[in-house]
Design a binder for this molecule. Sequence first.
Ligand code: GN1
Ligand code: MG
Length: 383
Amino acid sequence: MTWGVAQSNINMTENLKTQDADNLVTIANQFTLQGKVRGVQAFGSGNINDTFLVTLDSPQEEHFVLQRINTQVFRQPQLIMRNMRIFTEHIQKRLQYTPLSRRWEVPHVLLTKDAQDNWRDSDGSFWRAISFIEGAQSFDTMHDKSHAKEIGYALGMFHNLISDLPPEKLADTLEGFHITPLYLQHYEEVLAKTSPRQSPEVNYCLQFVGDRTIWAHVLENAKATGKLPLRLMHGDPKINNVMFDAATQQAVSVIDLDTVKPGLVHYDIGDCLRSGCNPTGEETEQWESVYFDTDLCQGILQGYLSVAKAFLTENDYAYIYDAIRLIAFELGLRFFADYLAGNVYFKVKHSEHNLARALVQFKLTESIESQETTIRNIIQDLR
Ligand code: GN1
Ligand code: MG
């Protein structure tokens, strides 16, 4: 799946029951300040929130993105909106004073007719609207090395543009997010309450996690001992959250900004690489053929460092390999724990979906581990 209207075959309100579609139009209308809503369609492939693309008949604004925030996950959705307004305004100002020589866009929050940044429907659902990056699209898997460099550039540019905003200006919108020891603790609690159906796949996962519990503290230890500083991060810079200009094929935006908050840039570097260097994609069912492509890794890091070198320290480089390995492992652990818990966090299409996703990430972790020297050399050569 891709984000971007250029590629999608828009059949207005397709897949939505008539009543839902009417409701969605009513909700979209709250955020429509000019023109009329022509249609609302399900959009994207997010695992947490529900996302829709609204099409307007206004020449000034053709589309916007409408989302229902999953408040089981984001308990204080108003903090997301506050954060988003703070950092998007910060970036806009920076770009105004020091314009870039190429296209770069930052999605912005759209207000309701009452100038609010969210709207609660009669069920209490939390709705918000974000501007749409027109003439752009995203991809679930990497095409080639130049695509990889652009992905890296986009993450570096995103980090660069928020690097002078003090981390404490933003709230923690999702406590424990990317704190691997807390995911381990949760996993152990879930395990204590369940007796998973035995299978070679489940046993593989149990063993895989068990063998890595001590090492899994690596980034949190580095944070606690001051080796890695708290900075602002994106939180979810996976490959399909980078938008590409449909004509130039250059990266033009990083979207999905709900988890921009204080953290480690290493979580982002790890997440970007674990998603970008897995040529089969994270939803593949062929988990046995999953591998980590070091050529794409070189491309992403080259693109990233072309923008991020300015703010990285010696220690930052020293932990990049661990970050790549850890975030792949951590996502596998999160999927596996959710499978054991009965699929309560990530949306699933079938009951074994999270197990399949966990196997993909663990296989990827194995591939990263088996290429440690190559990956460390790539990092060393780019410094
Ligand atoms: C979730 O909802 P989505 O797809 O943007 C998750 C990320 C995972 C990702 C894996 C808040 O993101 O951490 O990396 O799934 N987001 C949250 O695809 O947990
Ligand atoms: Mg996300």
